[in-house]
Design a protein around this ligand. Structure first.
Ligand code: NAP
Length: 252
């Protein structure tokens, strides 16, 4: 049994994998969800185990209620849930709105928005003092796209992240008196596989010169910010979304 458990969705690669590794190093038992890449998920677990940490990988689609129950039951078996990182997210190939199929838009909203909301509900039912829990923290992955709108490329994705920002504000207030803090992070251009899914594997290199700090961010830098938001050092921070963009301007 772990003293405190953290669930990270989409923990097999990129930012989620960095969160899983860092959380384990900080003493959390980690439930690391993934969609299909079992080898990547098991590799993250193996790294954590080799360092003496506790982690289990659970396959599941965050947009499906029955899969979410499976993920959180694994957490219950490990110990008391104290943290959720809603990290799983998807993007679709670059397109204008007038060329997007309805099914594509629906799928992005299902995974990015419905997934985040349903996982948060499962976490609140476990962590809220109203339900007998000991409190905890939730961090939602937004995106600079939520502020920029991603015209001509990823309007659907950007709008899904705008919904996340609103959800972060509302849920934070809803559970502020129940021991749960809810915050978001707004990454800019982070060097992960994510951009290939949008049909732009070269996006990070192409956009690097537009970043004031002159380089893309790393998954570890985003994970550090997430673990800070979950820590006692951020004990009076709730309902906010922190930009992790290397100075790349996002409209406040
Ligand atoms: P990534 O490297 O592409 O990894 C995505 C992760 O999400 C993988 O672990 C994948 O699992 C999992 N996943 C995808 N769909 C899922 C579903 N339906 N259910 C459960 N898991 C699912 O992505 P990333 O760059 O780390 O991005 C993580 C988050 O940061 C996303 O929410 C993204 O929108 C946000 N973000 C990223 C950037 C960036 O520049 N990279 C910028 C702003 C915001 P499998 O390995 O099994 O496929």
């Amino acid at each position: 049994m772990a003293e405190q458990v953290l669930v990270v969705t989409g923990g097999s690669r990129g930012i989620g994998a960095a969160v899983a590794r860092l959380a384990a190093a900080r003493g959390y038992g980690v439930v690391l969800n993934y969609l299909g890449n079992v080898a990547a998920a098991e590799a993250v677990c193996a790294t954590i185990h080799a360092a003496g940490g506790e982690a289990v990988a659970v396959r599941g689609d965050v947009g499906r209620e029955e899969d979410i129950e499976h993920i959180f039951r694994a957490a219950d078996r490990m110990g008391p849930l104290r943290a959720l990182v809603n990290n799983a997210g998807m993007i679709a190939p670059v397109a204008r709105l007038d060329a997007m199929e309805p099914a594509r838009i629906a799928e992005i909203l299902r995974v990015n928005v419905l997934g985040t909301m349903l996982c948060s509900a499962a976490a609140v039912r476990r962590m809220s003092t109203r339900h007998g829990g000991k409190g905890g923290g939730i961090v939602n992955l937004s995106s600079a796209a939520a502020k920029l709108g991603a015209p001509g490329a990823y309007l659907d994705y950007a709008a899904s992240k705008g919904a996340i920002d609103t959800f972060t504000v509302g849920l934070a207030v809803e559970v502020a008196g129940e021991g749960i803090r809810v915050n978001g992070v707004r990454p800019g251009i982070i060097d992960t596989d994510f951009h290939a899914q949008g049909g732009e594997p070269d996006r990070v290199r192409r956009l690097a010169p537009t970043i004031p700090m002159g380089r893309p961010g790393t998954a570890d830098e985003v994970a550090q910010t997430i673990l800070w938001l979950l820590s006692e050092d951020a004990s009076y921070v709730t309902g906010t979304t922190l930009a992790v963009t290397g100075g790349r301007a996002v409209v406040p």
